[in-house]
Design a protein around this ligand. Structure first.
Ligand code: ATP
Ligand code: MG
Length: 796
């Protein structure tokens, strides 16, 4: 250490080779291992070692700079002796250096091959040994010890290293070098602080801050520690408790619960996949504290798996007569459908493992689609569950949410199966035509999978996430219309149409089903308390409802039952005969009257048409009126394009045949014509009002009214041909409902008339089958001109 003594004595060379340090500060008196990679540094070290030079170690301001000049270096560095230097295989050096004393750079005198500078040694005065200094030294020592003891990473021996330093200056430098958490700025600042008192003060405050941080750290540490050991303790205690309970033959609640679950899993008859999932989840459950949120999630999942009807199954009824009996008991008429169901049962009997068809009941509201499904389940002896698809827009409603979602649940199919409790229930997917679709995915495509016999053997709900066999389920769907049912879905189903009931059928349904049912529901004995006469029921159907089904009829019967029930409650005991008079007393005057219709068509220019609607067919009026003007045709009543075009075609045809029809040939030259189809709020479209348009126009222009109680349907070509249209049965029933007894139909619809329209309706009505518009006009308009029958052929 002679150099150190020389240094004390002020023997520092004027010129020092400068070793720039990247991101470290060498304190005087401290020993530091260093690495040097720069060629200039390596050269410097080699020469210094060879010649026994002291060098000047200075920190660079920017550690990334490769060749810093004076400005890139801090102004104060440490005179350094190199104790050891080893060349590495990659050409860099490892060295151990010791700081001797501070120096200040005055001027760089050489830059190549390494820096050399003219320097000035900093000579530190020994401070006067007073009480203040003593106190400073002591507090620095204690703070340092505190930092060491509080920092788990620092060896306690460090205290001894510092203990050997007696003088305040070197003590401060050694401590500064020994606290690894001190930043380089702190160190550099202490290096640049030549006044020893000041250095001690700065050091004390840096140490105090360090101690505080260390203290906080160790506090956090110990809190974590104690938390951990607490749960560990609890765990051990619980294990011990378990052991003791086992010794005593008791098990704790939790184990009992898990055991019970395990048993349920074993007994549920799951598929291998499901059982594996369930057991895995159970295993996880055993390791979780019951208070954890995840516990409930896992528990609910296992509950769902266990509750599914993996093997529960009902045996189908095989007694066809009994099944027929049940179907008849629930529903009047509907023979075709009942036959279809019985066929299905017969096939099941012969080939029990065959695939089930998917039935789709299509028809207007209230014709018994939903209740038929229920009845089929009863006839088969299967469980029944109905789920409404109306307004369902999210795929997840069908298939469920993945379990990772909070509050996730299985989809409706799985929920329905669980509720049904068997794997072969009748699942009714009601209102399949009202299925929505939006950005959350397409429920229709999920349904496709459900209904596809090729895929539904391994249906995967997102929540359950294991395959469930749906192939034993009998799916029945219902719809009011088929157009909104996606084609791929339609293809998979066997469509069965229910068109609506005639008045006689409604009366029969009411007598045998609706009246007894509603009477019972209102606490009346259907045998002894109430009796509807046939006429009363007819009046209800005709005057208070206008529907294809029987839902409103049932509602009206219910309100009559309510009135009767009230009378009974007030003390009346004898049987109430409900006659047409009683109906008007109970419900007021009829809402729908035939007279209205006759009233409306009395004026020339109004014709009655027949329309098909999702609600099962209706009558509609076409009203034409004419005013002076410049040949414009105005069309109102929310008509669709096709209907507008048929109005234009009708006008063209009338203009083309004005002469034949005894209409002034130039009527169009100074007329405006307005065609309106009332019930303006309801959109209307389709070509089938063509004949009605022509009839209304001709009626207007010839001032011949349309015969009362007559309605018509048919498309017209420009040449005057009457073309066939759809929905004949619904339209004829609607006409019949409205009290119309004469209907004009396209001749090419004769087949539909004979096959689809019930004989009971056909028998009381008159039908004109028309090939040409001339025939239509002939049948429709009053006071036909003499030549009309001859004209009929000519107009065709
Ligand atoms: N042929 C029938 N015999 C006995 N009752 C019937 C018959 N048709 C319908 N009903 C009864 O009419 C009511 C309405 O039927 P349901 O609810 O099944 O109609 P729906 O066709 O499903 O109508 P929506 O399309 O509006 O759902 C039920 O109480 C049902 O029992
Ligand atoms: Mg329904």
């Amino acid at each position: 250490m002679s150099d150190a003594k020389d240094l004390r004595a002020g023997i520092v060379p004027d010129i020092l080779a400068i070793l720039p340090l990247r991101g470290s500060v060498l304190m005087p008196h401290a020993v530091l291992p260093l690495g040097a990679g720069r060629a200039s540094s390596v050269r410097l070290i080699e020469e210094a070692v060879q010649s026994g030079w002291l060098v000047g170690a200075v920190m660079q301001r920017d550690p990334k700079e490769d060749a810093p000049d004076q400005g890139g270096l801090f102004p104060v560095g440490t005179v350094t002796i190199i104790h050891k230097a080893m060349k590495q295989s990659d050409g860099s050096m490892r060295l151990v250096v010791q700081g001797l004393g501070r120096f200040r750079i005055l001027e760089i005198v050489q830059r190549e091959p390494y820096l050399r500078a003219r320097v000035e040694a900093v000579v530190e005065d020994d401070p006067a040994a007073d009480v203040e200094l003593e106190a400073l030294v002591r507090s620095v020592r204690t703070l340092f010890e505190k930092v060491i003891t509080l920092s788990p990473g620092l060896p306690d021996e460090l205290i001894n290293v510092v203990g050997s330093a007696n003088e305040p200056g070197p003590l401060a430098d050694l401590i500064t070098a020994s606290v690894p958490t001190f930043g380089n700025e702190v160190k550099q600042e202490l290096l640049e602080t030549f006044n020893i008192r000041e250095r001690l003060q700065k050091l004390a405050s840096a140490l105090a801050k360090e101690a505080e941080v260390a203290e906080l750290g160790s506090k956090i540490q110990s809190e974590v520690q104690s938390e951990v050991s607490k749960t560990q303790r609890e765990y051990y205690l619980r294990e011990q408790l378990k052991a003791i309970q086992k010794e005593l033959g008791e098990t704790d609640e939790r184990t009992a619960e898990l055991d019970a679950l395990r048993q349920k899993i074993d007994e549920a008859g799951m598929t291998e996949e499901a059982q594996r999932e369930a057991l895995r989840e159970l295993d996880r459950l055993g390791k979780m504290p019951p208070a954890a949120a995840e516990y409930t999630v896992a528990r609910t999942y296992i509950d769902w798996l266990v509750a599914m009807p993996w093997k529960q199954e009902t045996t189908d009824a095989v007694d066809l007569d009994r099944s027929r009996g049940i179907l008849d008991e629930d529903h009047e008429g509907l023979d075709k459908i009942k036959d279809r169901i019985l066929e299905y049962l017969a096939v099941k009997k012969i080939r029990p493992e065959g695939k089930d068809p998917i039935l789709c009941f299509v028809g207007p509201p209230g014709v018994g689609k939903t209740s038929l499904g229920r009845s089929i389940a009863r006839a088969l002896g299967r469980k029944f569950h109905r789920l409404s698809l109306g307004g369902m827009r999210d795929e997840a409603e069908i298939r469920g949410h993945r379990r990772t979602y909070i509050g996730a649940l299985p989809g409706q199919i799985v929920q329905g199966l669980r509720r049904a409790g068997t794997k072969n229930p009748v699942l009714m997917l009601d209102e399949i035509d009202k299925l929505g679709m939006d950005f959350r995915g397409d429920p229709a495509s999920a349904l496709l999978e459900v209904l596809d016999p090729e895929q539904n053997g391994t249906f995967r709900d997102h929540y359950l996430d294991v395959a469930f066999d749906l192939s034993r389920v009998l799916f029945i769907t219902t719809a009011n219309v088929l157009d909104t049912v996606p084609a791929p879905l339609r293809d998979r189903m066997e469509i069965i149409h229910l068109a609506g009931y005639t008045e006689e059928e409604k009366v029969a349904i009411a007598r045998r089903h609706l009246v007894p049912k509603q009477a019972r529901e209102h606490g009346l004995d259907p045998e002894r308390d109430i009796e509807f006469t046939r006429e009363a029921l007819r009046l209800l159907a005709r005057g208070y409802t206008r529907e294809a089904g029987v839902r409103s009829l049932e509602r009206e019967i219910a309100s009559v039952c309510r009135k009767v029930a009230r009378r009974r409650a007030e003390g009346q005991t004898e049987l109430t005969q409900v006659t047409p008079d009683a109906i008007t007393t109970f419900l007021g005057t009829p809402r729908f009257e035939y007279e209205e219709l006759q009233e409306r068509t009395r004026v020339p220019g109004v014709a009655t048409g027949l329309a098909w609607t999702p609600a099962g067919g209706d009558i509609l009026f076409v009203e034409a009126t004419r005013m002076p003007g410049q040949h414009t045709l105005t069309l109102t009543g929310q008509l669709g394009d096709v209907m507008k075009e048929s109005a234009q075609a009708a006008l063209s045809w009338v203009r083309g045949h004005a002469g034949d029809l005894s209409i002034a040939p130039d009527f169009w030259a100074h007329s405006d014509i307005h065609v309106h189809v009332p019930a303006g709020a309801i959109p209307k479209d389709g070509p089938s009002a063509g004949v009605t348009m022509v009839t209304a126009l001709v009626s207007l222009l010839t001032q011949r009214a349309v015969q009362s109680g007559l309605a018509m349907t048919g498309e017209v070509s420009l040449s005057g041909r009457v073309l066939p249209v759809g929905g004949i049965k619904e339209k004829v029933l609607a006409a019949h409902r409205a009290g119309i007894r004469t209907v004009i139909l396209p001749r090419r619809n004769e087949k539909n008339l004979l096959e689809d329209v019930p004989a009971a309706v056909r028998d009381v009505m008159t039908f004109h089958l028309a090939d040409s518009i001339g025939e239509v006009l002939h049948a429709a308009l009053e006071e036909a001109p003499q030549s009309a029958s001859e004209l009929a052929g000519q107009w065709a």
